[in-house]
Structures are given as C-alpha cells and as structure tokens.
Design a protein around this ligand. Structure first.
Ligand SMILES: Nc1ncnc2c1ncn2[C@@H]1O[C@H](COP(=O)(O)OP(=O)(O)O)[C@@H](O)[C@H]1O
Ligand SMILES: [Mg+2]
Length: 358
C-alpha cells in the first residue's frame, strides 16, 4: 500500500467511523475519439462513510461530472475507465450492465446537473417516481402511488397529492429539481451524488433543496457526494472536500481544515472569494474565485503539475515532474511541491535533498 492509499483508507478520525459505503481508488477516465484522446479524470480516490457529505469543487471542465458518471457507470462507450469503485464492497468498474442497473436508483443515485433534460416531459411526475419504486421495490400500483405523494412531501413540494398528477412543464425549476431528488431518493439509496443541484436556482429555493439533502442524510444516513461551485454550500453542508484541477485531485481535507488552512495554491486561489472582503456576489452566494489563466487542454497530459502555468509559486520542478498526492496533516492530502503554511519541505520533491525548498 502506498502512503496515499494508507491515508485515504484510514477513517478521518480515530473514533471508530463505520466502514465506507463507497470507495473510489485511482479512478481514471479518458475518452478515445477518432482524432483525439481527452484525459478527463486521473487518479481520483476517496472514501465515503454512511451519512458523510463529500463536496467536490473545482472550475468548470475539471472532471467533476465525469468522475461521478464513472462511479454511476453511465459513461458512453468511448470512455476508458481505470481504477476501482466499490459500493458495499462490490466492484462496479467493469461490472455487467445488468448489475449496475439493479444498483442505480436503489443503492446509488444521482441528481443530474440538468433537471429539465433528465425528466421525461410526457409522463406525470408521479408516474416517473412510481416507475422507480415498482421496478426496484416491486410495490403495487397503489402503494407506489401513495409513496410518490409521500416523497413529494418529503422533498418539500406543497400540495403533493395534486402535484403528483402534473407534468414537468407545469412545475417551476425549483420544483422540478425537487422531483429529481424525489426520484433519486425514492428507494433510500446508500449513496446520492448531487451534481450542482442548486446552481440554476435562486437562493431561497437553493436553501430549501439543501435542507432536503441534509434531512435525508440525517434521517436515512444517506452518504452524499455534492458537486458545487458555492463555498457557502460547502461550508454549511460538507464534512470533507475534494478539490480537483484538470482532472486530478489536488487537495483533500475536512471542511474545517480546508477553510482554516488551505495549502494548495489552486485551493487558495479558489478560496480567495471568501478571504477577500466584499466578494459576495448578488444574492448572497459566495462563488469560487476566478483565477487568472486557462484550465489546460486535457488532450495533453502535462509532465508536471497541471496548475504550474497559472501558479505564482511554480518552479522548474513543477513543470517537469508531477507532484504526488501526499499527506500533510490528519487526513489532509495535497499534490504540490510548494504548499502554503507550516507543512515544510516536500520529501517527494525531486530536489528536496538539496535543501532548496522555499
Ligand atoms: N463524452 C465525452 N467525450 C469527450 N470528452 C468529454 C465527454 N464528457 C466530458 N468530456 C470532457 O471531460 C472533461 C471534464 O468534463 P466534466 O467532468 O463535465 O467537467 P466538470 O468539472 O465541469 O463537471 C472536459 O474537458 C469535457 O470536455
Ligand atoms: Mg459538471
């Protein structure tokens, strides 16, 4: 076992955390087209304990959705997937589609980034919920109908008995997102992946939806992977944070540790929005900061750190050799030769022995 493997596999505190329900190890995804290959995800690992909320953050295009679709087994055939994803100890990478289908919606669910394109416009919302219940739980038509009404109530839809017979176009964006959540949680999944579930919604609707997710976690012990651009959401909802850059994990820590002591220059750049006074945008949301420069082209895998071209601390090593993910504190991992704060010299750095670390 490598150093990183050991540190990820160890529960965040020594207080006897339950075994992880979802375990992702060294996940990689590349898309092979006729003309080009895109390395969308490289080396993502995390554990998710029951009831735990992991926030995944990073700029657009850094591989958050592709990572989640890989976990769900929903990538197109052009995707090549490496590494391992286990749910309740069962390997999902390379598992037969039939097995994945029986897990999806039952043990493992996802709220997609685009609620409008994920709902079926010609079926009532009730029908879309009862279909899942009947398929996975074998409920009778009337029992499934009752449960659908109950679920709409749980996700905060007023007058659920009336709404259950409506079509998606009759509902507002926020209500459609709640229907998506009702479908996703209909069978009490062990793991729920929410891909920017509130990005398109206004602040009050957003708060309501986050309340729904938190109450699910509290009531059912649902483990949640929450992909978001919103630092307020991360601070309020997550237990741990995974920061991704250009398809790779660059920092992972508990939410308190990450906000108190962000170490990767990229994370520090993202958090600039909360560190700088007056940076709250309209509506009270605190968005991730804009960092000058462009996310690299994922068709080429850089030899060194993907962030080096945008990083004020980068030196020659950063451009030529990729910093490995390493432990810098209690379940705090970073991939950087120049971490901020008192982390000290990086022993994995090529010239660390020469004592030239800043
Ligand atoms: N089906 C696909 N074929 C080729 N490239 C893809 C496909 N889906 C996503 N990508 C690429 O993978 C990278 C990561 O995308 P994504 O995971 O959607 O980013 P985000 O972090 O914004 O969710 C992007 O460069 C995107 O263009
Ligand atoms: Mg996305």
């Amino acid at each position: 076992m490598t150093e990183v493997e050991t540190s990820i596999a160890t529960a965040p505190d020594a207080g006897g955390d339950p075994a992880p329900v979802l375990r992702v190890r060294d996940l990689s995804v590349s898309f092979h087209g006729a003309e080009r290959t895109v390395h969308a995800v490289d080396g993502v690992s995390y554990d998710l304990a029951p009831g735990e909320v992991l926030a995944v953050v990073g700029e657009s295009g850094c591989g958050k959705s592709v990572t989640s679709m890989a976990v769900m087994g929903l990538l197109p055939p052009t995707a090549r997937i490496g590494g391992s994803v286990t749910l309740d100890g069962q390997e999902l990478v390379g598992a037969p589609e039939k097995r994945l289908r029986s897990l999806r919606g039952r043990r493992l669910s996802m709220i997609f980034q685009e609620p409008m394109t994920s709902l079926n416009p010609v079926l009532t919302v009730g029908r879309q919920i009862t279909e899942v219940l009947r398929r996975h739980q074998g409920l009778s038509r009337s029992a499934a109908g009752e449960r659908a009404v109950e679920l709409l109530g749980i996700v905060g839809i007023p007058a659920p008995r009336k709404r259950v017979d409506e079509y998606p176009h009759q509902l507002s964006g926020g209500m459609r997102q709640r229907v998506m959540i009702a479908i996703a949680v209909a069978c009490d999944p062990a793991v729920l992946i929410a891909d920017e579930p509130t990005t398109a919604l206004d602040v009050t609707v957003q708060a309501g939806i986050l309340d729904v997710l938190r109450s699910l976690r509290d009531r059912l012990g649902t483990a949640i992977v929450l992909i978001t651009h919103d630092l307020g959401v991360v601070a309020d909802t997550a237990d741990r944070v995974l920061v991704m850059y250009a398809g790779r994990p660059v920092e992972q820590a508990s939410v308190d540790e990450l906000f108190a002591s962000p170490k990767h220059p990229y994370t520090r750049g993202l958090l600039g929005a909360v560190l700088r006074p007056g940076s709250r945008s309209a509506g009270g949301r605190t968005r991730l900061n804009e960092i000058p420069g462009l996310v690299p082209d994922l068709r080429e895998q850089p030899a060194g750190c993907g962030f080096a071209p945008r990083c004020a601390s980068a030196d020659a090593d950063c451009l030529t050799s990729r910093p490995p993910l390493r432990q810098v504190g209690d379940s705090h991992l970073i991939a950087c030769y120049h971490p901020a704060g008192p982390a000290g010299a990086d022993p994995s750095r090529p010239d660390a022995s020469k004592g030239t670390v800043r």
